[in-house]
Design a binder for this molecule. Structure first.
Ligand SMILES: [Zn+2]
Length: 171
């Protein structure tokens, strides 16, 4: 497998370096709602954290008592995504295995909005971006290199607010 893909080994080290921060980000397991008429879709997406998904299922059952037991909260495991998923109700980040496209999506974002040192959510998102770009085609290797550069800068930047204030004043 992966014979036509390049593996970017340095990505593992960067993910390790980010993990003390990234592991502090609030991330929940992802659930979805099965109904008698198919998967439940909301305007904000169709994935939920456990609490919001459970509340939504209770609500749907209440409005369709005859078929109440056909409404089920399913999921709770990690699945593959093209974009980073969020809960349709509360917006909390949901666990996912981000595919290559998802990595480039995050890269587009961080290219315009560099991640902030010390920000646990940014550290998490950067490490998700890195894992999505760990294997690339040769033509796409520059994307992985760019993602690694963003991660390196984030890791090397001083995290101390006093230092940052000084830099802002001097810079
Ligand atoms: Zn939620």
């Amino acid at each position: 497998m992966h014979s036509d893909l390049i593996r970017h080994d340095a990505i593992n080290d960067l993910i390790d370096a980010l993990s003390p921060l990234a592991s502090q980000a609030k991330v929940e397991n992802s659930y979805w709602i099965v109904t008698p008429d198919g998967e439940y879709l909301s305007d904000n997406g169709n994935e939920w954290c456990y609490d919001c998904g459970s509340a939504k299922v209770r609500n749907l059952r209440k409005h369709d008592r005859k078929r109440a037991d056909e409404y089920i909260l399913d999921g709770g495991w990690v699945s593959e995504h093209d974009t980073p998923p969020m809960c349709a109700h509360c917006g909390v980040k949901l666990r996912a295995s981000l595919l290559f496209y998802g990595g480039t999506y995050e890269l587009d974002h961080f290219r315009e909005n560099p991640p902030e040192p010390g920000n646990v959510d940014h550290a998490y998102e950067v490490s998700e971006m890195l894992s999505a770009l760990q294997y690339t085609k040769e033509d796409d290797a520059y994307l992985a290199r760019e993602a690694m550069e963003i991660a390196r800068k984030l890791i090397e930047q001083p995290n101390d607010p006093a230092l940052k204030a000084l830099e802002a004043r001097d810079g």
